[in-house]
Write a protein that binds this ligand. Sequence first.
Ligand SMILES: C[S@@+](CC[C@H](N)C(=O)[O-])C[C@H]1O[C@@H](n2cnc3c(N)ncnc32)[C@H](O)[C@@H]1O
Length: 219
Amino acid sequence: MIFWLKKFLKKEDLTAVTEFFRDAGVFSLLEEKIIPDLIISKQSKKQRFIRVWSAGCAAGEESYSIAMIFAEVLGNKLDDFFISIYGTDIDRESLIVAKTGEYDIKKIKNVPEKYIKKYFIRSNNDKLVISLKIRNLCKFKFLDLFKDKPLLKNDVVLCRNVVIYFTREQRDKLFDKIYSSLNSNGYFIVGKSEVLTGGIFKKFKVVDSKERVYSKIPV
Ligand SMILES: C[S@@+](CC[C@H](N)C(=O)[O-])C[C@H]1O[C@@H](n2cnc3c(N)ncnc32)[C@H](O)[C@@H]1O
């Protein structure tokens, strides 16, 4: 079934379909709850590291959307925190675009106007480039979610619209890896059509069932 589905869908249907601020509700929750809570929890720490992992980041739209929200929420306190948003993917072409941070104007249709003014610069070829301030919060690298070790010590992991073609066994194995990659009470966000089931579900607390946001129950 999966084989036939893959055979008839175009590459872009299978892989790199994404957009800035995809599923607005998730980004509202990040802005109103998740990021403010993280900031409070790190406030008293000597070194205020916040790590976010966008697993299956495509061309970086998700990572940059999150970075813009951090910049908005923190304002002139942005430099008081060490924020790292790691985007990983197996699609090397997408990673090149992510690292360049340059997008066609039609790609930014979901970006609020105020963010376009603040965080994008028009480039010579009439595209828009993410500002350095936002780019500095993001790093991108190749990582195969099947084979490679997960990034560690994350406060938030987003793995959205990635496991749709994985078998249940592959998905559960990956979600288990993600569980171990999270700090205690760290957030895990999956796609709107994805759910945590069985043994994996028991390891997380539901933060928002509609937006598919969970938090790690520490052992
Ligand atoms: C549909 S995009 C989702 C992008 C973004 N997370 C979103 O929700 O908009 C799926 C991404 O997962 C990546 N992907 C698929 N299998 C992967 C694997 N085994 N390891 C890493 N990335 C993978 C694809 O290359 C693609 O960029």
